[in-house]
Write a protein that binds this ligand. Structure first.
Ligand SMILES: Nc1ncnc2c1ncn2[C@@H]1O[C@H](COP(=O)(O)OP(=O)(O)OP(=O)(O)O)[C@@H](O)[C@H]1O
Length: 400
């Protein structure tokens, strides 16, 4: 097996250089692990290109392990580069080999790492070396489920093939996509997690006009929805074996799906059921907030949106309390609390995929976020997002 070390000196608080010099390289050396390649990334896209070039050069390698010092974005780049690569040379016409990762969290949010290693450790260095220690000790691995988003152009356009983006963490529209879009512009001035809060405040009272369709789980055959009363997933009222698809009409305040993670930051457990009720097949955990579910909703106006922003904010704040937002419900006055028994504020769905068809006139509803990378859905276009996991001996695994 070839070991490749890739680290991004610009991610997070820019400590990857020091952490690799002080801890990662000495640990590899102490265990006689000699990397076949070491890459200190220099720009966007470098990590993905470096691993593709490596695989083309060493065509015989059928098993490659990457020690990756970064956040979720660099992992996303590698996965996307390998998902669509057309190899040249001796590897031409072959698929990428199975790639294993030891993750060394150096990014801002490190959602995947924080989800795989949720337990806090007093020793911050030891906390960051757990995946690498698991690799050294030939510990357990976890296969990554991927979420494939196809962005289709309108039927009238002559463009033939949809653009496809792969996520290993999050695929979102609405508030989360707007936050990520704005927070990237704040990266220089606010390097830490604080920039997500600033961007959230800028977008909290916006609603997004779109129509969504939820696609069934392939084994289960239906769309599942979380029922806080019984604390389990149940078949969605609008889904059965004959008509499993669920139509969902906006406006939306929030629409996000995750794979592999129950949190997007160490404390922000937006899809907590991923770990509490682990999925039995490749699937997406979807969180939706639709203001019209509020029993006091009457009309969409600027005033209503500003008032509803407090409820969206309550959802996000409860997500920081160990994912308690999934239990929030309305009372007849439209107040929200986990002690009320009205409609749930959040719709928490487990499904095989979803489609998103934004309203032409709503520009912000056309934003799509795949692991932090922002895309614009074309006018009259749509997104289809599907969960999939590679079969054995292919795809991506992480040491846990
Ligand atoms: N030398 C470099 N200079 C500037 N940007 C770089 C460099 N090397 C890589 N990048 C880019 O840095 C971006 C951010 O990396 P990454 O997403 O891993 O960290 P992060 O955003 O801080 O963490 P997270 O995604 O966990 O919030 C990536 O898009 C990557 O392409």
């Amino acid at each position: 097996m070839a070991v490749v070390v890739i680290y991004n000196p610009a991610c997070g608080d820019r400590t990857a250089d020091a952490f690799f010099a002080d801890h990662v390289f000495p640990l590899l050396e102490a265990n006689n692990i000699q990397p076949a390649l070491t890459v200190r990334t220099e720009r966007d896209g470098h990590a993905g290109q470096a691993i593709v070039d490596f695989l083309e050069t060493y065509a015989g390698e059928s098993l490659v392990h990457v020690v990756l010092g970064s956040g979720d974005g660099t992992l996303h780049e590698i996965i996307n580069a390998l998902s669509f690569v057309t190899f040249k040379g001796d590897r031409a016409n072959t698929s990428p080999p199975s790639i294993g990762f030891s993750l060394v969290p150096c990014g801002t949010a490190n959602a995947l790492y924080a989800s795989l290693f949720p337990a806090k450790k007093e020793d911050k260095i030891a906390y960051r070396l757990q995946s690498l220690h698991s690799f050294i000790a030939r510990g357990p691995i976890q296969s990554l489920t991927l979420s494939f988003s196809s962005l289709s152009s309108p039927p009238s356009s002559k463009q033939r093939r949809p653009k496809v983006a792969v996520s290993a963490v999050v695929t979102s529209t609405s508030l989360h996509a707007s936050i990520l879009d704005d927070s990237e512009k704040l990266r220089e001035s606010i390097p830490g997690l604080e920039r997500f809060k600033v961007a959230a405040a800028q977008n909290m009272s916006r609603w997004y006009h779109s129509y969504a369709k939820l696609l069934p789980l392939s084994k289960e055959g239906t769309v599942q929805i979380y029922d806080p009363q019984s604390n389990q997933f149940v078949t969605h009222d609008d889904s059965d074996e004959d008509t499993p698809f669920v139509d969902v009409y906006g406006p939306f305040a929030y629409f996000l799906s995750t794979v592999n993670v129950d949190r997007l930051e160490p404390e922000f457990r937006i899809t907590p059921l991923t770990s509490q009720i682990p999925p039995q097949e490749p699937s997406l955990d979807v969180i939706m907030v639709r203001p019209e579910r509020d029993p006091t909703f009457t009309v969409d106006s600027e005033e209503t949106r500003v008032a509803f922003a407090k409820k969206t904010m309550a959802v996000l704040m409860e997500a920081y309390k160990d994912g308690n937002h999934v239990n929030l419900r309305y009372n007849s006055s439209g107040e929200v609390s986990s002690t009320y028994d009205g409609p749930t504020v959040v719709e928490y769905v487990r499904c095989g995929g979803w489609e998103w068809m934004p309203d032409d006139t709503d520009e912000k509803a056309h934003l799509l976020c795949c692991d932090g990378t922002i895309f614009n859905v074309q006018k009259e276009g749509r997104v289809v997002c599907l969960a999939a996991r590679a079969s054995a001996n292919a795809g991506f695994t992480v040491h846990v």
